[in-house]
Design a binder for this molecule. Structure first.
Ligand code: FES
Length: 107
């Protein structure tokens, strides 16, 4: 379907979930993980304040938009942060992200 992408999310227990994501609703990666009831805390509700939506991007082929300053700052405070780290609440799903795969960070 044109208005839908498929992404793969690995949870903290190592289970793989395939998520079908509608694009027309302006959802973030955090929103879709919540919609599928995955174990992502996202405590601040997507305000870029809590970092409990921390994910590692596994697919290098998928182009994601650059981090904004707030995301960059919050990630830099985490011990578990890697170069592949992102905040799921700051990533708005687009058609280019079809096939994206991410892992929810365990912290
Ligand atoms: S949900 Fe809190 S920083 Fe993303």
């Amino acid at each position: 379907m044109e208005n839908e992408i498929t992404i793969t999310v690995i949870d903290q227990s190592g289970n793989t979930h395939t998520l079908l994501c509608p694009l027309e609703m302006g959802l973030t990666l955090k929103d879709i993980c919540k919609a599928y009831e995955l174990p992502m805390e996202a405590m601040c509700g997507g305000m870029a304040m809590c970092a409990t939506c921390h994910c590692f991007v596994l697919s290098e082929t998928t182009a994601l938009p650059e981090k904004n300053d707030i995301e960059e700052a919050l990630l830099s405070e985490l011990f578990t942060s890697k170069t592949t780290s992102r905040l799921a609440c700051q990533i708005y799903l687009t058609a280019q992200m079809d096939g994206l795969s991410v892992e929810i960070a365990a912290d």
